[in-house]
Design a protein around this ligand. Structure first.
Ligand code: PLP
Length: 396
């Protein structure tokens, strides 16, 4: 099919759930992608914080190839070697003792919500069902995670009962919201979709203290911030405290669909055979790929690289501020960076795409960068060489 034919078929046959840009991406290697017309792009979108190792990384390709020849799927009624090894690796590198595998970030958060409610019923009382979440959060699109997200809900009512929203980065608001019906507090350590909002240093430790005092669970959604993106393997590590439950997805298998919910032993034991499950959760195929991805992130210290290169990116972006610039603020940690603009972000994203740079927006006026964790200083220079004139034009 030609590119116009593909675009026409896309418009005709796909559910209209994405405002897609008019390109068809067909091939990638490292930090680079090519479209169906042979045009090259530098990828600072990273599949929205998914392509941690870049495109078609040799270790990932080899893991896919060898596992495809060995075993792709068996039921979780049997033990699965790469799944066991992945759970062990994640637990050994985090606060957690047990892992549950699923297929997406939303499902990981569903599992966390269900586990929190089940734990509350097992240990406290049947009335403790409520989850406190933050405004401008993003936790997924299933009904419960959409309710936790608190927006994009119109037309999908009735929503799931038992969620309360408070402003992000506001400890007194959480303290006021906690009551005898609360079973957990659910937040992102940095809000990604909400505009790369980095909370004050005391926020996450403050949440831990409030949850401990109230005797409720603390859940961190690290679907976007996990797997090295912020300069540590998990974003909670910057805060000096740990949650009781953490959810992962996106970069965990570098682009092969997976989700995970990790929990402390005392909490995890509320899941027993028959209480929660999913057919494709942790198949031999996906967990073998995830194992190769996590091992590469650890061995190549890609979290360290994200911290170093992210700082260079922020410094270069900061130089664009001032005067008549449309850049009004820069936030982020590691290679999750948001730029506040005084103009709409989407035309800037489109202009970058035309010039061969993929970037993201988050909300109406925030430009977001979530490149592969293999990005180098030279990649940042090339991205800024494209972005700088685009921002200058946007100010005109
Ligand atoms: N949680 C966070 C923090 C996210 O950023 C996302 C997706 O952007 C999700 C959950 C939902 O993940 P998925 O799209 O894999 O269901």
């Amino acid at each position: 099919m030609t590119t116009p034919e593909l675009l026409a078929a896309s418009a005709k046959y796909l559910a209209n759930t994405y405002a897609r840009f008019p390109v068809v991406l067909v091939r990638g290697t490292g930090m680079r992608l090519w479209d169906s017309e042979g045009k090259e792009y530098l990828d600072f979108a990273g599949g929205i914080a998914v392509d941690a190792l870049g495109h078609c990384h040799p270790r990932m390709v080899e893991a896919i190839r060898s596992q495809a020849e060995r075993l792709i799927h068996v039921s979780n009624l049997y033990h699965i070697e790469p799944q066991i090894r992945l759970a062990k690796l994640l637990c050994e590198h985090s606060f957690a003792d047990r892992a549950f595998f699923c297929n997406s970030g939303a499902e990981a958060n569903e599992a966390a919500i269900k586990l929190a409610r089940k734990y509350a019923k097992d240990h406290w009382s049947t009335d403790r069902v409520e989850i406190i979440a933050a405004q401008h959060a993003f936790h997924g699109r299933t009904l419960a995670t959409l309710t936790a997200t608190g927006k994009y809900t119109q037309g999908f009512e009735p929503l799931v009962p038992g969620f309360k929203h408070v402003p992000y980065n506001d400890l007194p608001a959480v303290a006021r919201a906690l009551d005898s019906r609360t079973c957990a507090v659910l937040v992102e350590p940095i809000q990604g979709e909400g505009g790369v909002v980095v909370p004050d240093e005391g926020y996450l430790p403050g949440l831990r203290r409030l949850c401990d005092e109230a005797g409720v669970l603390l859940i961190f959604d690290e679907v976007q911030t996990g797997m090295g993106r912020t300069g540590r393997l998990f974003a909670y590590e910057h805060s000096g405290i740990a949650p009781d439950i953490m959810t992962l997805a996106k970069a965990l298998a570098g682009g092969v669909p997976i989700g995970a919910m990790l929990a402390k032993e005392t909490v995890a034991t509320s899941f027993t055979p028959g209480t929660h499950a999913t057919t494709f959760g942790g198949t031999p195929f996906v967990t073998a790929v995830a194992l190769a991805v996590v091992e590469t992130i650890l061995v190549d210290d890609l979290a360290g690289n994200a911290g170093r290169v992210g700082k260079i990116l922020v410094d270069r972006l900061a130089a664009l501020q001032g005067g008549r610039s449309v850049v009004t603020g820069i936030r982020g940690k590691g290679l999750l960076v948001g730029v506040d603009l005084s103009v709409p972000a989407r035309p800037v994203v489109s202009a970058c795409l035309e010039r061969g740079l993929l970037v993201l927006s988050a909300g109406d006026t925030v430009l977001r960068f979530a490149p592969p964790l293999i990005a180098s200083e030279a990649d940042v220079d090339q991205a800024l060489a494209i972005l700088t004139p685009v921002l200058r034009d946007a100010a005109a």
